[in-house]
Design a protein around this ligand. Structure first.
Ligand code: ATP
Length: 369
């Protein structure tokens, strides 16, 4: 097992706001990130991603808990300990950390070494190496305004790796780039990590980006950790409704469970033909993905195609089930017309309790921000 590089123990951060009272931006975060791992923190706006990263970086103190880097405490509310950012051996590419327009590429990248008073020959050597790794060789004397968005992003990356840090903190580092460039940079970032072996903690609200880059992901909502797992497990086994709908497309169905049969709300005569979960409640939410509903067989629940929508890479059908509708997506070669009768079968669905109203209220309160 790789060594633990970053550890958060019961980390909490509260802010007092004028209009909304106390906001717990980060609520009892506990997790470990291993050496060489790419770990992303994912969640909707306001879930606490940036606050969490800023606490690891040392820009924000903690209301409670402690943070350890390579086993060494660097922030601790109890011990009133705060190691300053520049002594944490971290590289950072933050959204707000733009490149400096008044410095050429060389000076931008050399900056972290200059503040560490590294000697001239060593600065030359390290900057050269960082520029090589980020494909910027030859642009040393150019000013950032003469470069493309992708090249400017590379300058920020070169500046972050020039000190050879063990951990890289990235806050939406690709968000200013166009989609094509984002994909290229993703690949380059992974390559760089493979070559240099640093650990990445990556903050984003873009789920496909997180899925493509991460070994494990943390999904947060309203300052709370919802689930930490591999991208595959998060997609296939989301722990609650929030995680299910946050990662990929979801179809939720209110169901009634009676005498070992599952019925869609609104049709208590025809069972859906799925096995209820162990310890089923009388009413639950059945959750599935639009591509995990089979409409080609002749078992399950009989209904009809209400609407057919042609999408670029698949066909989507809206299908009534009880008093609700489910969305089903199939490859184009599976063709049904509107009005066709069909059977739907839910393949390996997930089950969740009916919505937690306290959480809903808190979500509504925070959306006022
Ligand atoms: P985004 O994706 O929009 O950047 P985020 O997930 O990074 O969001 P944070 O910026 O960490 O979220 O904010 C979490 C919560 O803490 C929000 O409700 C935010 O308004 C609040 N917050 C963050 N910083 C402060 C501050 N300095 N003072 C008061 N409240 C703050």
């Amino acid at each position: 097992m790789a060594e633990v590089q970053v550890e958060l123990r019961h980390v909490t951060k509260k802010f007092t706001t004028k209009t909304l009272g106390d906001i717990v931006a980060v609520d009892d975060f506990n997790f470990q990130v291993y050496e060489g791992e790419c770990f992303s923190i994912l969640g909707p706006s306001g879930c606490g991603k940036t606050t969490c990263l800023r606490m690891i970086a040392g820009f924000e103190d903690l209301s409670e808990g402690e943070i350890l880097l390579s086993g060494r405490p660097v922030s601790s509310s109890r011990a009133n300990l705060y190691v300053p950012p520049e002594e944490r051996d971290l590289g950072m590419v933050f959204q707000a950390f733009a490149v400096w327009p008044h410095m050429n590429v060389f000076e931008n990248v050399a900056f972290p070494l200059r503040i560490r008073k590294v000697n001239k020959a060593e600065v030359e050597r390290r900057v050269k190496q960082a520029l090589q790794h980020t494909s910027l060789t030859g642009l040393e004397n150019v000013y950032p305004s003469d470069l493309s968005g992708g090249q400017q992003q590379r300058i920020a990356l070169a500046r972050a790796i020039v000190t050879n840090p063990k951990v890289m903190l990235l806050d939406e580092p690709l968000s200013n780039l166009d989609p094509h460039l984002r994909e290229t940079m993703r690949f380059e970032l992974k390559e760089l990590q493979r070559k240099l072996g640093f650990t990445i903690i990556f903050v984003t609200h873009d789920q496909s980006e997180a899925m493509a880059l991460s070994d494990r992901m943390l999904v947060a909502d309203m300052g709370r950790i919802m689930q930490i797992d591999t991208p595959e497990n998060l997609y296939n086994r989301p722990i609650n409704r929030f995680v299910h709908s946050f990662l990929g497309e979801s179809t939720f169905l209110r169901v009634v469970i009676r005498d070992g049969q599952v019925y869609a709300a609104g049709d208590l005569e025809h069972p859906l033909g799925v096995t209820p979960p162990p310890n089923a409640a009388p009413e639950m939410i059945l959750a599935t993905r639009p591509n995990a509903i089979d409409i080609t067989g002749s078992t399950g629940y009989q209904t009809r195609i209400e609407t057919r929508i042609f999408l670029t890479d698949r066909t989507e059908y809206l299908i009534p089930v009880g008093d609700q509708k489910v969305k089903v997506q199939t490859p184009h070669r599976i063709a049904f017309s509107e009005g066709n009768s069909c059977w739907i079968r839910f393949v390996d669905p997930m089950w969740y309790p009916v919505e937690d109203t306290d959480e809903e209220k808190e979500r509504a309160r925070r959306q006022l921000i």
